[in-house]
Write a protein that binds this ligand. Structure first.
Ligand code: NDP
Ligand code: AKG
Ligand code: MG
Length: 729
């Protein structure tokens, strides 16, 4: 296994890697550090799952499984780029593309009937949604803006939309009977197995058995009432229309891959309620599954003029929808993975409470977030900006995050224990000794789930928070609600640890709404704070605050200190930016900013230096920091427009600053001597390299695929400077 693993992913970050990875490999080699790759892309994971359908040469190893083992060892040193967390439409598109390339993969069975179809479906379902991150994240999360990145944002503030005090934008959530209000939680005083059953008039169905929890695990159970959700959605559609604002729905169908597509499907049905009432049977016959979205539905009813006319009539009656792409008519409800709450709500808040409408113009929006567990964060942020006006990124302090994430903590690990109930009855969670730990009376269609958080990760998280607070010396808040069942159990862990370590006075504990206001007040004053949160708020806040403070979360430093001693270095907190691929394909300009990769690389090299006592790796790691600073100070980040410097130019500059920094240091003369001529050549040939890079832009390019690109074609698009290539080798 290589010293450092650099993940092969999809879309924009993968394109960036085609240019950047050869540079990393060349530089690292000089320090005796090998940098290898492991494929966690959507296409790669599909191919690794179906070897029996592929020829010998087409088969691919299961790299994700291998990485999953690696991250449980002290040797792990992984640089993890963002990958696609696929919705069903994305998965289906990737399968089709691979089939067209000659891979004899089975189709995705929409409605599996035979045992064989069910087996194929189960395999594909394992690839769906956030299937990678939970496997690799064997540690808690430490995300913050690196100091130079934050000061760059302060001296080069991005544009922020103005907030009108009379903005009609607001958050709407259910008035009860949601996951928040139905939650119960308990901490196990001894290790136990458990099962989940549904008792109905007709008998008992086992929903899940063989669950195993170690002593000290916090085990929650809750459900959302389908009837209450249905009423709520109908009423919000009506209210959006009355208020003359956009209807928008914000969920996390990728990471909450079982529950949230169901919620999404309810919204599709609610929005098109008259169509479903009138044509329900026909839609079923056409294979329509509302959970797959309006995009899929429209595909399936194409050619049926009566239904199409009824859909158009219904849409005319409805409030205008928040759009993903108004030019192409792609709505919020087309695909469940298009609007992802962690990115969509901050973008709307950054824009001054505006979303895009079908008319291609900005409007106020009703932001529908059905469950009340975390919606108050966005609600309070919106209230705060309506009262105080937009945040000023030039003077704002920063909100860092320490997130409880390890070992599939909390809701993000709840997929195997989430069920859409087929019948009314009582769901019981029963321990091995027969104790009924939790029970709920449910109706058919309700969504029931159990989440858990283990003792070792919780303790590690509190200790990580203590060490980060000590390092920063700033305000630190545990975002926990004493009135929420799960949070109350966590507080019982947090308080004794803080007291035992004599640091209780350094920390506050606040419910998410209060913590949002307190944090916004703190950063408005130019001061810093650490948000110590559970797994969902880790995700939400590490987009919300960076998007307000830095314009994008892609520039974040994201460190996962693995519980068994290894390191996982995530690049930023943002995703894979599909829009950027589109621009590259049309104009050969890649506006993806690799700052997240630069930050992760520096951390990974310094971690390697400590773990393996490799002084050369430390020299390289320190020089990465100097190079990153150089990129920021000299304005070498990619620009958004074709014809201007892009991602590839920034990699040239990074290589040059990196080589110059190694050549200039005096700790390791051998490395300095090795890099001096490289730095010299990169500087001397600047004009040639930049003109070769510039000449490549402007024309459409072919990557040989979208999900499964052709490596040769991608390399030639992403490495167009022969002069640079001959220096890098
Ligand atoms: N850790 C992971 O693996 C993650 C994966 N994802 C996945 O990524 C995909 C897209 O997610 P989405 O929610 O649209 O969010 P993205 O973060 O990919 O994109 C949102 C916007 O942020 C800006 N942006 C993001 N990254 C960069 C960057 N490096 N440089 C410059 N700008 C950037 C772009 O703005 P602009 O268009 O204005 O340039 C982009 O359109 C989904 O498949 C999702 O599942 C999402 C989050 C994390
Ligand atoms: O795993 C995913 O799908 C997204 C992860 C994410 O959004 C995050 O870690 O911030
Ligand atoms: Mg996120």
């Amino acid at each position: 296994m290589s010293d450092i693993i650099y993940t092969k992913v999809d879309e924009a970050p993968e394109l960036a890697s085609a240019s950047f990875l050869p540079i990393i490999q060349k530089f690292a080699k000089a320090a005796g550090v090998s940098v290898g790759t492991k494929d966690i892309s959507l296409a790669g994971r599909i191919l690794a799952t179906f070897p029996e359908h592929l020829s010998e040469e087409q088969r691919q190893s299961d790299d994700l499984a291998e990485l999953g083992r690696l991250v449980k060892t002290p040797e792990a040193n992984v640089i993890k780029l963002p990958n696609i967390s696929a919705s069903v439409p994305q998965l289906v598109a990737a399968i089709k593309e691979l089939q067209a390339q000659g891979y004899a993969l089975p189709d995705y069975p929409e409605a599996p009937k035979t045992d064989e179809e069910k087996a194929v479906r189960a395999k594909y379902d394992g690839i769906k949604g956030s299937a990678v991150n939970p496997v690799l994240r064997e540690g808690n999360s430490d995300r913050r803006a690196a100091k130079p990145v934050k000061s760059f944002a302060q001296s080069n503030p991005h544009r922020m939309g103005d907030w009108a005090s009379d903005s009609k934008t607001h958050v709407s959530s259910m008035s009860g009977n949601d996951f928040f209000s139905n939650e119960v939680s308990a901490t196990l005083d001894k290790a136990s197995g458990a099962k989940i059953v549904l008792e109905t008039a007709g008998g008992e169905t086992v929903l899940k058995e063989g669950l195993e929890y170690p002593e000290g695990t916090v085990v929650d159970a809750t459900f959302m009432s389908a009837a209450a959700l249905k009423d709520f959605l109908a009423s919000e559609i009506k209210k959006s229309k009355e208020d003359g604002i956009l209807f928008s729905l914000h969920l996390k169908a990728t990471m909450m891959k079982v529950s949230d597509p169901i919620l999404f499907g309810h919204a599709v049905k609610a929005y098109l309620a008259p169509v479903f009432e009138k044509h329900g049977d026909k839609l079923k016959e056409l294979g329509v599954n509302p959970n797959s979205g309006l995009g899929d539905l429209l595909e399936r009813v194409k050619g049926n003029d009566e239904i199409m006319a009824d859909i158009d009539a219904c849409m005319d009656e409805r409030p205008p929808m928040y759009m993903v792409d108004s030019d192409k008519g792609i709505t919020n409800l087309h695909v469940s993975s298009d609007v992802i709450i962690d990115a969509s709500m901050p973008a709307l808040i950054r824009a001054g409470g505006k979303g895009w409408g079908p008319d291609g113009k900005e409007h106020d929006a009703n932001c529908v977030i059905p469950d009340n567990s975390y919606a108050p964060v966005y609600d309070e942020a919106i209230n705060f900006f309506k009262e105080n006006g937009k945040l000023n990124p030039a003077t704002a302090g920063t909100v860092q995050n320490i997130g409880l994430m390890a070992q599939k903590a909390e809701e993000y690990g709840s997929h195997p224990t989430t069920f859409e109930l087929s019948d009314a009855g009582t769901v019981k969670m029963i321990l091995d000794d027969g104790t009924v730990l939790h029970e709920h009376k449910v109706e058919a269609g309700d969504i029931w789930r159990s989440s858990s958080a283990r003792k070792a990760p919780i303790e590690d998280w509190v200790n990580l928070a203590i060490s980060r607070q000590k390092a920063e010396g700033c305000r630190a808040i545990f975002w926990l609600d004493a009135n929420r069942a799960h949070d109350a159990e966590l507080i019982s862990y947090v308080k004794p640890i803080l007291e035992a370590q004599g640091v209780a006075d350094k920390f506050e504990i606040m419910a998410p709404r209060e913590a949002t206001r307190a944090s916004l007040e703190t950063i408005t004053k130019g001061e810093n704070t650490i948000a110590i949160t559970g797994n969902v708020l880790r995700d939400y806040l590490t987009d919300l605050f960076p998007i307000l403070e830095l314009a994008t979360s892609a520039k974040m430093l994201s460190i996962v200190k693995l519980m068994n001693g290894g390191g996982l270095f995530e690049t930023g907190a943002g995703g894979s930016a599909p829009k950027h691929v589109q621009q590259l394909v049309e104009q050969n300009h890649l506006r993806w900013d690799s700052l997240g990769e630069f930050c992760a690389l520096g951390e990974s090299l310094k971690f390697l230096a400590d773990a393996r006592d490799n002084a050369k790796a430390r020299v390289l790691g320190n020089a990465v920091e100097t190079a990153t600073q150089g990129i920021l100070d000299n304005g070498r980040s990619p620009s958004r427009k074709v014809g201007e410097p892009d991602n590839r130019d920034s990699h040239y500059w990074f290589a040059r600053y990196w080589a110059e920094a190694v050549a200039a240091q005096s700790e390791d003369a051998e490395l300095a001597a090795h890099f001096a001529p490289i730095a010299k050549e990169l500087a001397e040939k600047e004009a040639d390299i930049l003109s070769e890079l510039a000449a490549a832009q402007g024309q459409a390019v072919d990557l040989g695929g979208y999900y499964h690109t052709d490596a040769g074609k991608t390399a030639s698009v992403m490495r167009p400077s022969q002069t640079l290539n001959s220096i890098i080798g």
